[in-house]
Design a protein around this ligand. Structure first.
Ligand code: HEM
Length: 114
């Protein structure tokens, strides 16, 4: 179970990395868009996060449900915004900045909320 938990955490972090990278590579591009990295990364981070909670609780461990609810809502907002704008040729710079802010906010919640 410990191995599965660590594997899911690695997948979770790879998903986060893909989302963050997909956003960051557009930092100097004047016209932003939702790319495949952002699509796959947000979905992977979300699903692996849910699975992590399941594995931790199934193993007898406990998670802070308020923290997980906050992370879940932020991640869901990211996912919905990414999916809703997937087929658009470009997105507003403000939306790109919001997605970056929400992603960084979720890392801060993950790390600082103990
Ligand atoms: C874009 C969305 C997300 C980002 C950027 C993110 C980021 C992170 C990071 C950086 C960690 C490692 C820090 C640590 O372990 O203390 C982590 C751990 C974790 N995340 Fe997320 N997360 C996201 C979404 C979610 C969601 C939706 C859930 C569940 C509903 C979730 C559940 C967890 C859990 C349970 C851990 C701890 C794993 C452990 O201690 O074994 N995450 N997340």
């Amino acid at each position: 179970m410990e191995f599965v938990r660590h594997l899911l955490l690695v997948i979770h972090l790879l998903g986060f990395g893909a989302l963050f990278g997909g956003l960051l590579i557009q930092a100097r591009t004047p016209e932003k868009a939702v790319n495949a990295l952002m699509r796959d990364g947000s979905g992977t981070a979300f699903l692996a996060g849910l699975a992590l909670v399941g594995v931790i609780e199934a193993d007898g461990g406990s998670v802070d449900h308020t923290k997980i609810a906050v992370k879940g809502v932020i991640a869901l907002v990211i996912l919905v915004l990414v999916m809703a704008n997937l087929r658009k040729e470009r997105i507003a710079n403000g939306l790109w900045a919001l997605l970056l802010l929400l992603t960084v906010a979720n890392v801060c919640v993950a790390v600082f909320w103990r």
